[in-house]
Design a protein around this ligand. Structure first.
Ligand code: AMP
Ligand code: GLY
Length: 423
């Protein structure tokens, strides 16, 4: 079968790398893709939210499966677009329908879902511009730090955590009254701060059955020791060493099963990945957020540990036969380190030539913000490439990634040298 992947990051290069290993995939396309996907698939230069261009691509290339990488097309209803079009309705789409994608598209929707299904999460209230004074009063009832979340998609920047009550009130006003995040902050969720260590659990569901995939931990801050600005993610490790069997049982029983059952009870059609952001408080898991897709760079450590043929797994998702699939996980640890452009996550330059990729033998180079230009691979984004390695332990794997990074170069290249420091 011919398959199209939507997206252009390290996540999409990893999905393409995994799908390209399947004998079931004849032609593989990535839209828009990057210099990494170009080596194993055909890149198509269209936007992931241009549904008509996607339709045209699918029909002209006889594509029968579309795997959606990022959240935007899902929240905008790409799966529903396919189902309601006679020419596209038989194409398998991996990713939830619009109603279910609201789990990521709206923090308030996600919190209501969590409470409705008794899934452990922080206490919260939500506010809009008309009751901003109630928001100030609610903040007064909480202990610092104060967690404020713009309701809608804000490119990963919509969560603000502040220690000072006056700053928290000013932030609430900036979001609600001054539209700091545009439409995304028309509503704001204020929630109780949870103190613990974070991890992510990945689940694949066909809407009826589910499979738990490896856990991962990502490193979001730009600076070593988890300091400085938030990024899309600077590195990741799988499995998460503290997510032992007892803790995973709790995640399964208290979070995963109620989530899958909740989707069915609420009639939220879901064929795709559920990325559950968790925090371990004491010995208990609490949900911080849902994402309706795989994470980046978590994918770069989760999929390399999956032994199954990914096309078989996706076909089972499409046909609602995931119960017949036995998920096989590589026992080895996987780690990834993200190389970023100097200055990222603030302003940075693009177009820097990346050298040394051909010298890397025992790590996998997943391209992210990188494009081919006149025979060179050049930087085209903040997060440039992820260097993934396997090891008997995560320490061994991370060492390999760092050794190989020494062989890579581009002007103002930056990366965190302490991935896994807190484990
Ligand atoms: P989110 O965009 O929802 O993943 O939130 C971004 C980050 O904010 C998370 O990865 C956590 O580090 C932090 N965070 C979100 N909600 C809470 C909370 N209730 N308590 C503590 N930290 C939180
Ligand atoms: N690494 C976090 C995310 O993909 O949302």
């Amino acid at each position: 079968m011919n398959i199209l992947i939507l997206g252009s990051g390290g996540r999409e290069h990893t999905i393409a790398w995994k799908i390209a290993q399947s004998s079931k995939c004849e032609k593989l396309f990535v839209a828009p893709g990057n210099s990494g996907t170009a080596t194993i698939a055909t890149n198509i230069s269209i936007s992931v939210t241009d549904f008509n261009a996607i339709k045209e691509t699918v029909l002209s290339n006889d594509i029968s499966m579309v795997v959606v990488g990022p959240e935007d097309p899902l929240v905008q209803g790409v799966h529903d677009f396919f189902l309601t079009d006679d020419a596209l309705k038989n194409v398998a789409v991996i990713g939830p329908q619009k109603a279910a994608a609201e789990l990521e598209g709206s923090k308030e929707f996600a919190k209501e879902f969590l409470f409705r299904h008794n899934i452990p999460t922080a206490a919260y209230q939500s506010f809009n511009a008309s009751n901003v004074n109630d928001g100030y009063a609610f903040l007064e009832t909480l202990k610092p730090p104060y967690v404020l979340k713009a309701d809608g998609l804000a490119a990963g920047k919509g969560v603000v955590i502040l220690d000072d009550i006056e700053e928290a009130k000013a932030e609430l006003k900036a979001m609600l009254v001054d539209a700091k995040f545009g439409n995304a902050s028309t509503k704001v969720v204020i929630e109780e701060f949870l103190d613990g260590i974070e991890l992510s659990c990945f689940v694949l569901t066909d809407g009826k059955n589910y499979k738990i995939l490896p856990t991962a931990k990502d490193y979001k801050r730009i600076g070593e020791g988890d300091t400085g600005l938030n990024t899309g993610g600077m590195g990741a490790i799988s499995p998460v060493p503290f997510a032992d069997e007892t803790f995973m049982e709790k995640i399964k029983n208290r979070v995963v099963i109620p989530t899958i059952n909740g989707l069915q009870k609420d009639n939220l059609p879901y064929k795709g990945f559920v990325f559950i952001g968790l925090i371990k408080v004491g010995e208990d898991p609490f949900v911080i957020e849902y994402n309706v897709r795989l994470g980046d760079p978590e994918t770069e450590v989760v999929l390399p540990r999956l032994k199954n043929d990914l096309v078989d797994v996706f076909n089972a998702v499409a046909n609602q036969t995931l119960d017949a699939i036995e998920i096989e996980i590589d026992d080895r640890a996987a780690t990834t380190v993200m190389l970023v452009s100097g200055g990222y996550p603030e302003a940075y330059e693009k177009g820097k030539i990346i050298s040394g990729i051909e010298n890397i033998k025992d790590s996998i180079v997943f391209h992210a913000g990188a494009q081919e230009k006149d025979g060179d691979i050049v930087t085209s984004g903040g997060r440039v490439m992820a260097i993934t390695s396997y090891g008997e332990t995560y320490k061994e794997a991370i060492k390999k990634s760092y050794q190989n990074i020494e062989k890579l170069h581009f002007d103002k290249m930056n990366y965190r040298k302490d991935i896994g420091f807190d484990l």
